[in-house]
Structures are given as structure tokens and as C-alpha cells.
Design a binder for this molecule. Structure first.
Ligand code: SAM
Length: 361
């Protein structure tokens, strides 16, 4: 009986402390965090800062990623390219400090399954049902938590990126316009200097705005009133203009001393501008046609990646892409006579990039 009473007492005490006395606010999210409790001077104190969680108690992101079965931690070497089929956060640890000259990457958007546990099979399954993912075409679903998850993940990536880059070296990362700030803050918080926002201007993405007619038709009101409302809302759509560009983050690891000192020691930090047409912040390249070329959902134009590599590095230097996808950055790096290191978590994409790199070699 005594044991039962004590057990009940301790259960109630924990519940009271967790749910009523220590509500936690993290980045605007109020959630009840599990706390480690300790008795100090006869008062109960919470002894750790709990990990960030949503109100429903779920963690913001998984800290452990799940590599696709069949992944290997051993690299595949193809000429001047070394690629790993693994989670980037695991393989980053294999690289030594100040060993990379340039990072060019296109990280997952943390939307519709395109996150750090990107599963091509799962995405395909969803898409095959109706040619859309989660009811809306890929990238259209608005999820306010997406940015928070992306920032948390990208901060970890940036920490490693900063360590492996040489002083003055650049990290160039693609993003959707509405997520750019999350990448920039993640990179800045760990010590990168944000240099600019570049732009990949393309021929235009899928239109995303839609009318409200469908919802009006389902409202409980007379047919006449519905028609009136549709007329009032005519020409109005949800706030999504057709995208014509992708934002690109230009971040730099702080250089050592002056531009000249840094260049003499590391050969980084100064960029190539002597192109036929003066180099601006806007890179204009048509979107590659997915079905016609490479079967990856977010493949980048090869010419764009080549131009970025040419502007921000020199021949013989090491270019790294921690999110290889179909391997476009790798092929561009080899085409421009750079060495290349790449990581890709998804087996099918990894094989695809090995195929593309091998054709080059
Ligand atoms: C936006 S795509 C890159 C596409 C690439 N730019 C191209 O042209 O093909 C991002 C890639 O990152 C991979 N990825 C997601 N999380 C990862 C992780 N934790 N480590 C390594 N790769 C990851 C995904 O499988 C996906 O192929």
C-alpha cells in the first residue's frame, strides 16, 4: 500500500511539474517538455534544457537520419570525384578542417517528404496515386513548421560546412524564396558571413495560385448566394505568384586577414568576373526537362552549376556537395577540372549520380 501511494505521488508530482508548472516556449511554440527533475536544497528543479518540440510533443526533426538500405559508408571513386551513399552529417565527420575550397549545394526543402529523410520510394508512391503529393503538387503545400525544421537541420549542416571550408571559402545553397531566410540564419548563426542573395532566373515554374470557387460551391448557402460570392471573388487567387526564380544563398567563411593575405594562403575569397558578359547576381538558365533528361525531382541545369563553380573556385580545387541528388554539381565540377566530393542519402539517386559521373570519366 505504502509503495502504491509513493508511486502515485511521484507520478502526480511529475505530471504537475511537466504540464502546469514548466510550460516551455521555443521559437514561439508552447509545448510541455519532459524534464529531468532533481531535488536541490529541498526544492524540485528542472536540470536540463529540453530539446525543442511541437505542442503535440513531437520532436522538431529526427536527429538520427535513416540511410536507405544498401548504403555503404565506403566511398565510390570516379576519377577526381569521391562520392558517399550516406547521410551528410555522418560523412562530414570524415572530412578534415579547412580541406574544401567551395561548397555548392541544393538542400532538401523539408516539404512533402523532401526532408533529411528524403525517400524517393515514398514520394513516388504518393505521387503515383494522383500525380500529386499530399493532395497538392510537390512544393505547393504550405506548412508553417517547414521553415523551423529546415533551419534546425541546416544549422547542423552549416556547422560542418564552416569547419571543412578553407577560410574565405564560399558556401552556395539553393532555396525557395520563402525559405531563404531560414538557410541564411542557419548559416549566419554558426559563423558564416552572408554575402548576398543570388538568383537563378528560369523560364518559370508551375503556377501555384488557385481560385476559391471550389470551396464556395461546398458552402452551405443557396445557389444564388454562391454565384454572387464567386462573382465577388472573381480574378482573386491564393497568394502564390508563378515562380520565375530560385534564391541562392552566398555565404562565406570569414577570411584570414586581408583579401590578398587570404588569397595568397588559401586561394579563396576572390571571385572570377572576367566573363564575356559582366557577372551579376542573376544567373539565367532554362529549367532542365525532368523526363527528357534525368529522373530526379529537383535537378539543376548543368550550365548553371558550371558557371557558379567557375566564378567561385579555380581549377584543381575541391568542390563539395553534401546533397548530391542526381549528381549535377559533381558533373559540373569535373567538367571544370575541379576535384569533387559528394554525399547522397538515397540509394537510387546515388546510383544515378555514379552513372552520370562515370559517363563523364
Ligand atoms: C534538392 S535535391 C538535390 C538535387 C541536385 N541538385 C540535382 O541536380 O540532382 C536534395 C537531395 O538531398 C538528398 N538528401 C536529403 N537528406 C540528405 C542527407 N541527410 N544526407 C545526404 N543527402 C540527403 C535527397 O535524397 C535529394 O536527392
Amino acid at each position: 500500500m505504502y509503495r502504491l501511494m509513493m508511486g502515485l505521488h511521484s507520478y502526480l508530482r511529475e505530471k504537475l511539474l511537466q504540464e502546469y508548472l514548466f510550460p516551455v516556449n521555443y521559437n514561439g511554440y508552447n509545448g510541455n517538455m519532459p524534464a529531468t527533475l532533481a531535488r536541490v536544497n529541498n526544492t524540485i528543479k528542472r536540470s536540463i534544457t529540453p530539446p525543442p518540440r511541437y505542442p503535440d510533443g513531437k520532436r522538431l526533426i529526427k536527429t538520427e537520419t535513416e540511410p536507405t538500405p544498401g548504403c555503404t559508408i565506403e566511398p565510390v571513386k570516379i576519377g577526381a570525384a569521391t562520392v558517399y551513399n550516406q547521410d551528410c552529417l555522418t560523412i562530414f565527420k570524415k572530412l578534415t578542417d579547412n580541406s574544401v575550397d567551395l561548397i555548392v549545394t541544393d538542400p532538401p526543402y523539408f516539404l512533402d517528404g523532401m526532408d533529411n529523410n528524403w525517400s524517393d520510394t515514398k514520394l513516388k508512391r504518393k505521387k503515383d496515386k494522383s500525380h500529386v503529393i499530399g493532395g497538392l503538387p510537390v512544393g505547393m503545400k504550405f506548412d508553417p513548421k517547414q521553415g523551423i525544421r529546415l533551419q534546425e537541420f541546416f544549422t547542423k549542416v552549416s556547422e560542418e560546412a564552416l569547419r571543412v571550408l578553407k577560410p574565405g571559402g564560399f558556401m552556395i545553397a539553393f532555396s525557395q524564396g520563402r525559405l531563404f531566410h531560414r538557410l541564411a540564419i542557419g548559416a549566419e548563426d554558426v559563423g558564416f558571413e552572408i554575402r548576398d542573395m543570388l538568383m537563378w532566373e528560369h523560364n518559370g515554374g508551375q503556377g501555384k495560385a488557385f481560385t476559391q470557387d471550389h470551396f464556395v460551391k461546398k458552402m452551405k448557402m443557396s445557389g444564388v448566394k454562391k454565384q454572387e460570392l464567386i462573382t465577388i471573388l472573381q480574378g482573386r487567387k491564393t497568394p502564390q505568384l508563378r515562380p520565375k526564380f530560385e534564391a541562392i544563398l552566398l555565404a562565406q567563411k570569414p577570411k584570414e586577414g586581408t583579401h590578398i593575405n587570404n588569397w595568397l594562403k588559401w586561394k579563396t575569397g576572390l571571385i572570377k568576373t572576367d566573363f564575356e558578359v559582366s557577372q551579376t547576381t542573376v544567373f539565367n538558365f532554362e529549367k532542365p526537362h525532368r523526363e527528357k533528361t534525368i529522373d530526379h525531382m529537383t535537378v539543376k541545369p548543368l550550365g548553371l552549376m558550371e558557371q557558379i563553380i567557375e566564378v567561385f573556385s579555380i581549377e584543381g580545387q575541391v568542390v563539395l556537395d553534401p546533397f548530391l541528388g542526381s549528381g549535377t554539381t559533381g558533373v559540373a565540377a569535373l567538367n571544370k577540372n575541379r576535384k569533387f566530393i559528394g554525399f547522397e542519402i538515397e540509394k537510387r539517386y546515388f546510383d544515378m549520380s555514379v552513372g552520370r559521373l562515370s559517363k563523364h570519366g
